[in-house]
Design a protein around this ligand. Structure first.
Ligand SMILES: [Zn+2]
Length: 108
């Protein structure tokens, strides 16, 4: 399906960007590109920033996983099939949430 080819290309592009961002975040969090501050209050601020970055990393990892799954569903021809009840996912819902694997009814 031509529409899904375009969507798949978009997903793959998003995926590449996310993977690049995520590997930067991961190496940053592993202290590969920085040194820990010696001053306690600097350290507190530093760790607080890390929590924000960790939350970002977790979120982008979840997004990576849902993009990969959506690409697989396109390959299998089940992109718009609800993974829970097997019915067709509403087109409007897919427009809003392009990587959702379930229909509106199952999401409730
Ligand atoms: Zn469903």
């Amino acid at each position: 399906m031509a529409g899904n080819d375009k969507l798949r290309a978009q997903f793959e592009e998003d995926l590449r960007e996310l993977l690049a961002t995520n590997s930067r975040l991961t190496s940053h969090l592993r202290n590969e590109d920085r040194t820990l501050p010696k001053d306690w209050s600097d350290l507190a601020q530093f760790l607080e920033n890390d929590e924000v970055l960790e939350a970002l990393e977790t979120r982008s990892r979840q997004r990576i996983a849902s993009l990969q799954k959506a690409i697989t569903r396109i390959e299998l021809g089940t992109y718009d099939t609800c993974q829970s009840c097997g019915k067709t996912i509403e087109p409007g819902r897919l427009e809003l949430l392009p990587t959702t694997p379930i229909c509106a009814k199952c999401a409730r």
